[in-house]
Every structure is written in structure tokens, then in C-alpha cells.
Design a protein around this ligand. Structure first.
Ligand SMILES: [Mn+2]
Length: 482
């Protein structure tokens, strides 16, 4: 989609309005409470606003939360902060909050789909201006525009917003490129000399892992027989005459010569073709976002790895470390984050092993797949499991609904994922989650391609069946109701 200039300027007007209210609050020395979402984009958004406020010598506090619920709203009402900023979450609950109290200033900086434009508080959301918040700008992108409006020196936070957008998988343009308003943020980062963008082999760990490790670890693209199989990768690299080491040092993907990259790429393409996986070939090459001021061999150097690191800090209950890194901390904070990332990877692998251990753990219904993690899979990690599994299902036309219990809360966290193919056919998981959750006394919503819900435990079966039915109805061109 080409963004009309008028849409953009309307969006920027609301950005400006938000920055004015924040600036006033800072001038009055008010304590600002920030609530942000527990994922890479949310942590980046919180860090961006935090850094902007720190530069203004403001008083503020950042909380990272998986979602906003009645409990949190009650807590806010008890604490009565003079001003609350929600980033990357909270529009619905902000409405609720604004109805319950009138003396708390509320600002929402978000990019999730919303039903209607809130009137009672300030809401900066691209959807209000006809801009696609699923792929054209993320929560941290919205936060970035506000930060930039607060002070132009905050353009140095543009790479963090790029990281947030990548974390939200917004690289949906040709060859995994960021587009829409994200493109403007990318340009800011490039112009500030903080980012380079190039087309290259896109394997994860291109900056931090020895080539064979990066190839074996890749799940996007997923290469059956190569992904997860280091010995096969070693054979392949040897047959292509690509040395693993230079002198005594491991080589990462970024160290390969153009010629080596070409050989590797065409060998992998041939291999995918032989397996009938034509689609995955286009995923071999993509836009790579490099944060040029970050040290080589750190997970901060590649935008996608950076986003995984942030996400890991959130999922492993250490989001403060992620926020600190977004605000510029390195040294000890980075050391700690790297450890957290390692633990996170181990945990994910443990869960994936569990899911694939027994065939029945991925259930196939008529229109969806279902994985029920019970208490085994941490509810903060079910989203990651859902994403990884969904790109490797036998039938890409069936969305995946993955669930796990939220301990001691009597609710089930649901994480739904589908593919571009289905989005192009009109499937919108955000709508489906919302409609189905409401019918089951839960809460749901999100993006067309990735969405979630929280459902009372006793209603989960009913919910799953309803989602299955709603997907059927949607694909048959029927109304799904509201
Ligand atoms: Mn987001």
C-alpha cells in the first residue's frame, strides 16, 4: 500500500499532540507511569519513551506486562499516577480506565487493531488514519515518532524502532523488507549513520554464529534435513568448498565472499526445489538490517537478532534488562541479556521437543491445528512456540491455535498464527480471536496474521470449536458476527 500524504500528516498531528501532553507533564514534574507490552516491540517502545523522558530529566517508571486486565486497571486506580502512557497495548482498557477515573491523563501509543476511535483520551494509532498497523508501523515505531517530536536528538533511537518492527515480523514487503512508515524510520536510522540495509542471505545468527551453526539453527526458511542437522550442514559446506574458519577464527555468514554466498545460495535453492519447497526459496535472500554502531559478534548487530534478544528478556521475566539495553546500556546489561537469550533458546527447544514427541500433541481439526501446552509450556512463551510451529505445518491453509495455562489464574493464554496465503484470502485472526473470545467470556484480538486471546479455562474447548467454525465461515465468505 502506498501511504497517502494526508494520512501520514494526520497521523503526525496526533503524534504531535501526544508529545505536547507528555512535554507538559514533564514541565510540571509529574511522575509518568509507562506500561508496555512484553514482546520485542513493546520492550523497544518502552525503552524509546524511557530514553526520551530520561533526556528530559523527567520522573518516570516503566512496567512491562503481557496484557492489561482488570487487575492492572485496579492497581493503576489505586496508585493514581497523574499520567499513564500505554505503549504497544491497552487501547480497550484505557477506555475502561478513562471511564472509571477522570483525573489520570491517559495516552495510548499503539498499532493494534481497534474497534472505534476513542474519544475520551489521546490515542495515537495508525489504524485511525488508514495506515496498516500490522505491517507499516509497529508500537515502537509509534513511540519513536512521539520521541522524535519531543526532541530531534531522539532520532538516534530509530534503530530501536526498526528492531521493534522486525520483532513484530513487519518485514512483509518484497524480500523481507520493512515498508510503509517503517521505511521512514529506516531512513532516519540510515541518515544518522546508525544502520545499513542490504540484501543478503538471511539466516539467523549471521552476525554471531559460525556458518554451520547459523545454517543448522535456521527455522525461517525452514530447510528439512538441514535445519537442526549440523552434520548435514558440515557435509554441504565441505562439498561447496566453503571453509568454516579463517586462520583460527570461525567465520560467520557475513564473512563469506560474494562468490561463496552465491554457491551456497544456489545449492540451497536446488535442495529446496528437490524437496518441492518452491516457496521457501524466496526466503533465502532478504533485507538485512545491520546496526553499524554495535559491536560485531554481539546479538545487537543484526536487527532481527536484537529483536529476539529483547523478546527473550521479556519471556524469561527479565524485561528490565531489555529495556535498559534499548535505553543504551551495554557492558553488564548485554552480558546478562546474552545469558538470558541462551536460556530462552534452551527453553524453546525443550517445548518444541515436547510438542513433536507425541503425534497427538498437534491436533488437526477441520479448519485449524491446535496445540494445547497445558501447564507444561510457559504462557509467556506459547506465542514463540506458535510462531515457530505455524511456519512448519503440513497444511499452510490451516491456522494454528496454540494454548497454555496461565498458572493460578484459571485462564488459558491462546496464541493464533496463520500464513500470508490465508491473510490474502481474507482471513483475519485478530477479528476471529475477538469474536470467539467475547462469546467465551474472554478477551481476544491482534493482527490478521498473528493474534491472541485469554479464555477462562472451563471455556477453552468451546472456544477452540468456535474458532474452527469461524475460520470455516470466513473462508466460505459468510459473516463471522461481532
Ligand atoms: Mn507490537
Amino acid at each position: 500500500m502506498v501511504i497517502g500524504t494526508s494520512y501520514f500528516s494526520d497521523f503526525l498531528n496526533s503524534v504531535l499532540e501526544a508529545s505536547k501532553v507528555i512535554y507538559e507533564a514533564v514541565s510540571e514534574d509529574l511522575l509518568i507511569h509507562i506500561y508496555s507490552h512484553l514482546d520485542a516491540d513493546g520492550i523497544a517502545a518502552g525503552g524509546i519513551i524511557g530514553k526520551a523522558l530520561q533526556r528530559l530529566d523527567a520522573r518516570f517508571r516503566i512496567r512491562i506486562t503481557q496484557w492489561v486486565d482488570d487487575k492492572l486497571i485496579d492497581e493503576i486506580i489505586r496508585e493514581k499516577p497523574p499520567i499513564v502512557i500505554f505503549t504497544d497495548l491497552g487501547t480497550d482498557y484505557a477506555s475502561l480506565l478513562s471511564k472509571k477515573v477522570s483525573d489520570i491523563k491517559i495516552i495510548v501509543l499503539d498499532h493494534h487493531q481497534i474497534g472505534c476511535t476513542p474519544q475520551s483520551f489521546l490515542c495515537v494509532n495508525p489504524h485511525i488514519y488508514g495506515i496498516d498497523g500490522a505491517k507499516d508501523i509497529s508500537g515502537s515505531g509509534v513511540a519513536y515518532f512521539v520521541a522524535k517530536a519531543l526532541d530531534i536528538s531522539n532520532v538516534d533511537l530509530a534503530p530501536i524502532a526498526v528492531v521493534g518492527a522486525l520483532g513484530d515480523l513487519q518485514d512483509k514487503y518484497d524480500q523481507r523488507m520493512l515498508g510503509g512508515l517503517n521505511q521512514k524510520i529506516v531512513e532516519d536510522a540510515i541518515n544518522a549513520g546508525l544502520l545499513t540495509v542490504e540484501k543478503d542471505l538471511i539466516f539467523f545468527g549471521r552476525e554471531t554464529r559460525p556458518i554451520h551453526k547459523a545454517l543448522a539453527a535456521t527455522t525461517s526458511p525452514f530447510i528439512p534435513g538441514i535445519s537442526g542437522a549440523e552434520d548435514k550442514v558440515l557435509d554441504l559446506l565441505a562439498s561447496l568448498g566453503i571453509p568454516l574458519k579463517h586462520d583460527d577464527k570461525w567465520r560467520a555468514l557475513r564473512d563469506l565472499t560474494e562468490d561463496e554466498k552465491k554457491r551456497l545460495c544456489s545449492a540451497l535453492a536446488d535442495y529446496l526445489l528437490s524437496k518441492g519447497l518452491h516457496c521457501e526459496i524466496s526466503n533465502l535472500i532478504g533485507h538485512v538490517y545491520t546496526l553499524t554502531r554495535e559491536e560485531p559478534w554481539t546479538p545487537l548487530r543484526d536487527g532481527r537478532e536484537f529483536s529476539v534478544l529483547l523478546n527473550a528478556t521479556g519471556r524469561m521475566n527479565k524485561s528490565g534488562v531489555g529495556v535498559a539495553i534499548c535505553m543504551g546500556d551495554r557492558g553488564k546489561a548485554l552480558e546478562e541479556a546474552s545469558k538470558i537469550l541462551e536460556d530462552y533458546r534452551k527453553t524453546i527447544n525443550k517445548y518444541l521437543d515436547w510438542v513433536t514427541e507425541k503425534p497427538g500433541r498437534i491436533q488437526e481439526l477441520e479448519y485449524i491445528y491446535v496445540v494445547y501446552g497445558g501447564t507444561y509450556i510457559d504462557d509467556k512463551i506459547i506465542g514463540a512456540i506458535s510462531s515457530i510451529l505455524s511456519s512448519n505445518l503440513p497444511n499452510p491453509e490451516k491456522p494454528l491455535i496454540a494454548c497454555s495455562d496461565v498458572k493460578n489464574e484459571g485462564i488459558v493464554k491462546v496464541s493464533a498464527r496463520t500464513t500470508d496465503i490465508m491473510v490474502n484470502r481474507g482471513l483475519n485472526l485478530g477479528d476471529i480471536m475477538q469474536v470467539a473470545a467475547e462469546k467465551c467470556k474472554g478477551k481476544g484480538g491482534g493482527h490478521n496474521i498473528a493474534a491472541g486471546a485469554q479464555i477462562p479455562k472451563e471455556k477453552i474447548e468451546e472456544f477452540i470449536n468456535l474458532v474452527n467454525e469461524l475460520v470455516r465461515r470466513k473462508l466460505a465468505g459468510e459473516e463471522i458476527g461481532g
